[in-house]
Design a protein around this ligand. Structure first.
Ligand code: COA
Length: 259
């Protein structure tokens, strides 16, 4: 199955793993208006398509994941337009974070500004050894506008987030892993390592994956433990729960149907 976009490549394999590639390699995959519109549409397609069970987001070429918002579009905006642009970016990235299938960012090079924010909106990040991540907006006289000031502190703690956001400093892959910004640094390709991890997830019960994502969204909220109990209980009505526990007792591998 494939969809056609001008700035994205989207393809889904037989396991239901969809790879979404931001495809403006001559502009370091910078996020312009068209990318955002197409990303929004692609996420709707992914949400509505039950055959898609996992998402990997990456950038075209071997230099950049995404080198940020398209600066040529940023510098002509007026205040109100800038607020609208920020709100749209936040909404589209929230739509990505709210997916109820796993989303992994294969960070294959520069992930700067909006690119780092895009990676942080994915549930998991795997970096190539040449990856460089950062929020350099202050160097443009701006602040991150697509959720970066909110998500980075959750990833790395407030003090480290402020250090990076106030200095605009880039971190290499190893440091990004040490501070918890990326989950792992791939020995070879970030895309391959992301695919391997996603394949392991695809063997699990899809409804359980969904409920892990829903429950984890509530982490840190007052309602978190209650949500976890309800989402745990929900699964008792599913065929996947019966299959998973029966297969264990029968010493065989489960065959999940997502029902
Ligand atoms: N917006 C628009 N265009 C961008 C871009 C961005 N965020 N990042 C890179 N590009 C474009 C460059 O303008 C250049 O286009 P051109 O060939 O038409 O001149 C092309 O991508 C290649 O980039 P270049 O700067 O020549 O590559 P490099 O290897 O020397 O440097 C970067 C790579 C990523 C370090 C550098 O492009 C950069 O600093 N980009 C901006 C990063 C940033 O501030 N992002 C936050 C934005 S909010």
């Amino acid at each position: 199955m494939s969809q056609s976009y001008e700035t994205l490549l989207l393809s889904t394999d037989e396991l239901g793993i969809c790879t979404l590639t931001i495809n403006r390699p001559d502009k370091m995959n910078a996020l312009n208006n068209q990318v955002f519109e197409e990303l929004d549409a692609a996420l709707t397609h992914i949400i509505e398509n039950d055959a898609i069970k996992g998402l990997i987001v990456t950038g075209a070429g071997d230099k950049a994941f995404v080198a940020g918002a398209d600066i040529s579009e940023l510098n002509t905006l007026k205040e109100e337009e800038a607020v609208t642009l920020s709100l749209r970016g936040q909404r589209v990235f929230q739509k990505l974070e709210d997916l109820t299938i796993p989303a992994i960012a294969a960070v294959n090079g520069y992930a700067l500004g909006g690119g780092c924010e895009l990676a942080m909106a994915c549930h998991i990040r795997i970096a190539s050894s040449n990856a460089l991540l950062g929020l350099p907006e202050v160097s443009l006289g701006l602040i991150p506008g697509y959720g970066g000031t909110q998500r980075l502190p959750l990833q790395v703690g407030k003090a480290k987030a402020l250090e990076l956001t106030l200095s605009g400093r880039f971190v290499k892959a190893d440091e990004a892993q040490n501070i918890g910004l990326v989950n792992q640094v791939a020995e070879n390709s970030a895309l391959e390592a992301s695919y391997d991890l996603m394949k392991a997830m695809m063997k699990q019960g899809p409804l359980a994956l969904k409920n892990v994502l829903l429950a984890t969204k509530e982490a840190g909220k007052d309602s978190g433990y209650e949500s976890e109990a309800n989402l745990f209980g929900d699964l008792y009505n599913t065929a996947d729960f019966k299959e998973g526990t029966t297969a264990f007792l029968e010493k065989r591998k489960p065959t999940f149907t997502g029902k």
